[in-house]
Design a protein around this ligand. Structure first.
Ligand SMILES: [Zn+2]
Length: 302
């Protein structure tokens, strides 16, 4: 009897332990499942049942506060300057496109004025074009690739000192820029703006590589964010294809009209000797037709 009685008591004890253990397991799984659900990883929560842990979560007490009151460790001062890349969260909160940025400029101003623009520099050819423009007393607009600026600092400083207008032409000239994720477009524009800032200037125009602003508004919304007006053109002699000096000049003269923005190149992968050779004739013959050649307003077209 005594032995059986002890066995029975022991059995009751085992059941009690099992029940207690089971409760502990359930409680532990609930607690463990909660942060996994919140973070999107870990053990998924049981579906179909309310989450009592969430409901009964105790109020959060700011117990770790004293730790933050301690003197700051020297880590922050030892770190390099914060990266200057644009906030990648920016494109997700872009405001709607508004009027000045929903069009791409192909013309500007009133009267018999035309605007020379040079794309894809600075390069080793830019200086020769600056010489020609200076000799003629003409100001132009340069749509520049940000990653090339550091390679031609003297040319860039002269270009700015000569009074030409700057235009952001992206950081690396991706032909499909309008199709890139917003964060990458943001980086293409933003890093180039920062490169201009190294020279103490701000561009208020953006020309998409290939002139392609895309079918969505993302690229123009980012232009709006940086206050860089979308810049196109209305005269394109395709000088980058090197069709011959005569052809370049004649195309400009035969397609120009008042307010025209004329596309030429001081970069683009091959030599720009035809553009350089054609520029004096373009200037003199446009002036002969009564055109004033001007830079786009540096602070924007309005
Ligand atoms: Zn280009």
């Amino acid at each position: 009897m005594l032995t059986r009685g002890r066995t029975a008591l022991a059995a009751v004890g085992v059941v009690a332990v099992l029940v207690l253990t089971g409760q502990l397991i359930v409680q532990a799984s609930e607690v463990a499942g909660t942060p996994g659900t919140a973070s999107g990883g870990g053990t998924p929560a049981v579906s179909g049942a309310p989450d009592p842990v969430t409901v009964t979560r105790p109020p959060q007490v700011p117990t770790p506060a004293p730790a933050s009151a301690a003197p700051a460790p020297p880590v922050s001062s030892a770190e390099p300057a914060a990266p200057t890349l644009p906030d990648p969260a920016g494109p997700a909160v872009l405001p709607p496109l508004t009027a000045p940025y929903d069009t791409v400029l192909g013309f500007h101003g009133t009267g018999k004025v035309a605007y020379l623009t040079f794309d894809d520099g600075p390069t080793r050819y830019t200086g020769q074009l600056l010489d020609i423009l200076a000799a003629a007393g003409v100001k132009a607009t340069f749509c520049q690739i940000g990653s090339q600026l550091a390679g031609f600092p003297d040319v860039e400083r002269r270009l700015i000192a000569d009074g030409h207008t700057l235009c952001n032409h992206s950081w690396t000239h991706p032909e499909n820029i309008a199709a890139l994720p917003g964060a990458q477009i943001d980086q293409q524009i933003g890093t180039t703006q920062q490169a201009f800032a190294q020279f103490g200037v701000t561009a208020r125009y953006f020309r998409a590589p290939g002139g392609d602003f895309g079918k969505t508004t993302t690229l123009r919304q980012l232009c709006q964010r940086y206050q860089t007006r979308p810049l196109g053109w209305s005269v394109d002699p395709q000088d980058w294809k090197k069709p011959g000096v005569t052809k370049i000049v004649q195309t400009v003269l035969s397609t120009v009209s008042p307010g025209a923005i004329i596309l030429l190149h001081d970069g683009g992968g091959t030599d720009r000797n035809q553009t350089i050779a054609g520029l004096p004739g373009i200037i003199s013959r446009l002036q002969g037709l009564g055109y004033t050649l001007a830079a786009l307003p540096p602070d924007g077209p309005d």
